[in-house]
Design a protein around this ligand. Structure first.
Ligand code: BEZ
Ligand code: FE
Length: 643
């Protein structure tokens, strides 16, 4: 049982396009009348700052434009002086982590309400965490007092954020989400938010790389920033953030450091948190979380090494020591050697290896096989083959298929193939009893309500059946209840279609097709007729019986082993080929027949269950019948060929 305590921090979030126009209203809602606007003065945020100033108008009491990374306390003191001089009663910050950090630091000292307008995806606006730098050391504290009252996310303000910054700050959000999953304080809500955030970032960044103005992708990133920050606010952070803060204190750029470190921390934590690692991989849609994330960052041109960020190799040991100097929440204890290993790999920019799990090996194998078809000149062939490979690999993996079971399956398929011939279609039978023929039939045919539904062909159709004139008897003297068949072929408007070829075939009253009766020398209970000008075909046959599909082969044995019955509901097959129209392959089922609800090949469809009406006395063509005969009257409606 999972027990948990979930705390929700109050927050008002306005997210969308053009939402900055609500800013003045949001400030007034908080009782603000003299705003201290916090900005970084950097050229990248000039346009956003301009928009915010315009929207706030007279509400701006003063602006402090000196926010810098890692929130040095000296800068906070300077801003505090400006704030006091202006007698500000509300904080509005616009920008990335630096402005948000400064706004939080000011709120901590003044308790003023804050409206934060983020222009990056780090998500710090949603957390009660504040990292401040004093004498080159970063100290992290957490207090609800630093949480902004309102966050206004406006995607329009992020459109010009360069791709490289978008990548690193998106990864920053991802880091919040990943650590929330590791946390001992995680709960079902934070888990859900975190996995959503990871998926959103993983999907959005490649889209952004293709089109940096992709609003949908950028909105996804803002949402991810908020979700990830929100779950980090509840679930807290661990080794990853500890290392990033340590490295930040050594002067490394915050967001870039996240991108480099995160894959290595995931690899390091994988043995202690295999389940979380798998869920991260699934959210990323990769076989292995650590290497998959590294590949994502690399493919986006993001930083992958601490060396490239300017850390001297000599700094690694000290950073590792600081990394474990104080306790921090993390799945599993990490020694200074573990942390040094993480930092060394990250410094070199090595691709982390996931643990050599069966899953990872299988995932790699599947990708190798799929890739082997990548050059297929026919794209449809490639999709069919790679889809088959993926599903079969997933099947053997999911069911943990043993060598003996697979050999048995191969033996079964071999026997099925060896038994197959034009007169014994064991493979067709296999497809039928597994419902695949019916599934393909559903996908291919029967799509319109005004045409007769199709049904499986089955293994007993023989090309070129004997031609039979109207009114002829196709049962060649076989015993059974006489059946007068009177069917009409029309188009979907009900107009009769003359000169349509109608092939019919069926079983006898014992449930056997002629192919199964070696004593018969000629085709029986199968014929080809042509519709007259009224679209009609008439003939005499006998009432078909339900029958077992051939049971003496591998398919029959499989059904027996699974305790499934072998019966088909009684039916007559029709294949209707009218000029200019789609060919219809179908069956009509005897409405008072057996097994209609459990047909062993799943071929019965309600509109195909029809009356084979019992009659006595005079017959339509004057034939004299002793006792009962049956009447099958039906209209087949076929669709015109497209174009
Ligand atoms: C048939 O109706 O002829 C049939 C269809 C599928 C499997 C076996 C028989
Ligand atoms: Fe049949």
């Amino acid at each position: 049982m999972r027990t948990f305590i979930h705390t929700t921090h109050p927050a008002r979030v306005v997210l969308g396009s053009g939402t900055v126009s609500r800013l003045a209203g949001e400030v007034r809602r908080l009782g603000g009348g003299r705003v201290l606007l916090v900005t970084s003065g950097g050229p990248g945020t000039a346009a956003a700052r301009g928009r915010v100033r315009d929207e706030l108008g007279d509400l701006v009491g003063a602006e402090f434009g000196g926010a810098v990374a890692h929130t040095p306390v000296e800068v906070t003191e300077e801003a505090l002086a400006v704030l006091r001089a202006a007698d500000a009663d509300c904080l509005v910050s616009v920008g990335g982590g630096s402005t948000t950090g400064l706004s939080k630091a000011l709120a901590l000292r003044t308790d003023l309400p804050q409206v934060i307008v983020p222009t990056t995806y780090a998500g710090s606006e949603a957390t009660p965490v504040l990292g401040e730098t004093r004498d080159g050391r970063k100290a992290v504290s957490s207090s609800p007092a630093v949480l902004p009252e309102t966050v206004v996310y406006d995607v329009d303000l992020t459109l010009s954020l360069p791709l490289s910054l978008s990548v690193t700050s998106g990864l920053n959000a991802m880091a919040h989400a990943v650590e929330a999953l590791y946390s001992a304080d995680a709960d079902p809500v934070t888990d859900r938010l975190a996995l959503d955030a990871i998926g959103l970032v993983a999907r959005a960044l490649p889209r952004l790389a293709a089109d940096p103005a992709d609003r949908e992708a950028r909105t996804g990133l803002l949402r991810a920033a908020w979700l990830a920050g929100t779950c980090a606010a509840t679930a807290g952070t661990g080794l990853h953030h500890r290392l990033c803060h340590v490295l930040g204190g050594l002067g490394l750029p915050h967001a870039q450091t996240h991108s480099v470190i995160l894959p290595h921390v995931i690899a390091c934590n994988a043995p202690s948190a295999p389940d979380v690692t798998r869920r991260i991989a699934r959210a990323l849609d990769v076989p292995d979380a650590a290497s998959g994330l590294y590949d994502l960052v690399a493919s986006l041109g993001g930083p992958t090494s601490l060396r490239a960020l300017g850390l001297p190799e000599s700094g690694l040991a000290g950073a590792a020591g600081l990394g474990v100097a104080a306790p921090y929440p993390n799945p599993g204890e990490r020694t200074v050697e573990d942390v040094l290993h993480v930092l060394t790999d990250a410094w070199h920019g090595r691709r982390p290896h996931g643990p050599v799990t069966t899953e990872a090996v299988l995932a790699r194998l599947t990708e190798q096989v799929v890739d082997s078809f990548a050059q297929s000149p026919d794209p449809r062939l490639r999709d069919l083959l790679t889809g088959l490979v993926r599903h079969l690999h997933a099947y053997v993996a999911e069911l943990d298929v043993s060598q003996a079971e697979w050999s048995h399956a191969i033996g079964f398929l071999t026997e099925t193939g060896q038994l197959s011939s034009p007169a014994r279609q064991e493979f067709v039978l296999l497809s039928d009893v597994l419902g695949i023929s019916s599934a393909v039939d559903v996908l291919t045919n029967s799509r319109t309500p005004d045409t007769t539904p199709s049904a499986v062909l089955g293994p007993f159709y023989v090309e070129g059946p004997p031609e039979a004139p109207h009114g002829s008897v196709i049962s060649a003297g076989l015993p059974g209840t006489p059946l007068w068949v009177d069917v009409t072929v029309t188009d979907t408007a009900g107009e009769p279609l003359g000169d349509a070829v109608v092939d019919v075939w069926q079983a006898d009253e014992d449930g056997f097709y002629d192919l199964q009766l070696p004593d018969l020398e000629e085709p029986v209970l199968r014929a080809r007729l042509r519709t007259d000008s009224e679209g009609r075909v008439t003939f005499w046959s006998i009432l078909p019986s339900h029958y077992p599909i051939p049971g003496d082969g591998p398919v029959g044995r499989m059904l027996t082993a699974a305790d499934r019955h072998h019966y088909r509901a009684p039916h007559v097959h029709f294949m209707v080929s009218a000029p200019g129209h789609r060919r219809l392959i179908t069956q009509l089922f005897v409405s008072d027949g057996a097994h209609l609800d459990s047909d062993t090949v799943f071929g019965v469809k309600d509109p195909l269950v029809v009356d084979f009406a019992p009659r006595t006395g005079a017959t339509p063509d004057g034939r004299v019948v002793d006792g009962e005969w049956r009447l099958l009257n039906h209209t087949f409606r076929v669709a015109a060929l497209a174009g």
